[in-house]
Design a protein around this ligand. Sequence first.
Ligand SMILES: NC(=O)C1=CN([C@@H]2O[C@H](COP(=O)(O)OP(=O)(O)OC[C@H]3O[C@@H](n4cnc5c(N)ncnc54)[C@H](OP(=O)(O)O)[C@@H]3O)[C@@H](O)[C@H]2O)C=CC1
Ligand SMILES: O=C1CO[C@H](CO)[C@@H](O)[C@@H]1O
Length: 323
Amino acid sequence: MASNLTKMVKFNNGQLYPILGLGTWQASAVIDDSQHTALINSIKSAIDVGYRHFDCAAIYNNEKLLGKAINDKILEGVVKRDELFITSKLWNDKHRFELVEEALKNTLNDLCLSYVDLYLIHWPFGTSEDPNATDSEGRLLGSGVSYLETWKAMEGCVQKGLTKSIGVSNFNIRQLKDILEIATIKPVVNQVECHPYLTQNKLKEFCESNGILLTGYAPLGSAKRSWAGPEEDAILDEPIVKQLADKYKKTNAQILIKFQIQRGVIVIPKSSNPKRQKENFDVWDFELTSQDIDLLESLNKNARYFEFNTAKHLKDHPFFDEA
Ligand SMILES: NC(=O)C1=CN([C@@H]2O[C@H](COP(=O)(O)OP(=O)(O)OC[C@H]3O[C@@H](n4cnc5c(N)ncnc54)[C@H](OP(=O)(O)O)[C@@H]3O)[C@@H](O)[C@H]2O)C=CC1
Ligand SMILES: O=C1CO[C@H](CO)[C@@H](O)[C@@H]1O
């Protein structure tokens, strides 16, 4: 089966996970009936290509459609539930202890699943339970809920069998240390932005020395999307990446994906296009040399495409006190 081609990594609790998954943010934009069908078909095509790991989130507002696609494929006998690895994430307005389990249950209801494989705190800061509430400058209102409180509720979700593993996303080293200090169940991953312009080596080293894996989001630089900055900043068009693509007769995207896999970073490129899904999955027939990896790492300029500026003022925003 195609998924056997995907290398697996082992979490600190022994759970195996495919190192390559499919991102689903904006897998469809404005939802109308035709886009419903398009999204369902694109997830089904990804399963046919061999993807077994899907990176979802409540805030992506598409978990019902993902659930439909996944469950159709299970009913058709193409995959079994235990061959799929589903990650979802808790949004910032649900950080209060009492809200966490209910938020996960809503996600499970949308996905039509009885458990997810991995559940993450999406960002370390909590925001108002009215998700649209802002101050006069358009900044999100904070909830003041500590991520330590949220973590305790996340642990309860494992104990109740609603998720197999738990982790975090967009946490910095100081915040991870805080969690590790109080955790009964350790986070298995920290999902952060990662590509050659933001290699995250320091965070990666800290995570690895504490048994936490890094998952890299926006591995293609969230390619050419409007918030990803001017075209000349697109990592997908970086000349060094192109040079390596020519050397290995692969595409720029395949080089960026293999770069992460060889560094031991779980990688979740998003594509809704069957041809590009296939391209992004076809990365098993070549190996970058350690010099190639060094060359790509030398492109690091700590540049982020994702900053979450409307929450910049909140105490637990992660990017301003990188320990
Ligand atoms: N935890 C967090 O805070 C965050 C998590 N994420 C997760 O990470 C995933 C990946 O990040 P994302 O922001 O989507 O960005 P990616 O770096 O995965 O880039 C996705 C974009 O690249 C295009 N693309 C995909 N494959 C190719 C290819 N082979 N050649 C050229 N263009 C290509 C896609 O278009 P098309 O679909 O048309 O192929 C899409 O526009 C998200 O989908 C989400 O699941 C993302 C951001 C933040
Ligand atoms: O995963 C992500 C993509 O979408 C969100 C916005 O809608 C981001 O904030 C987030 O980190």
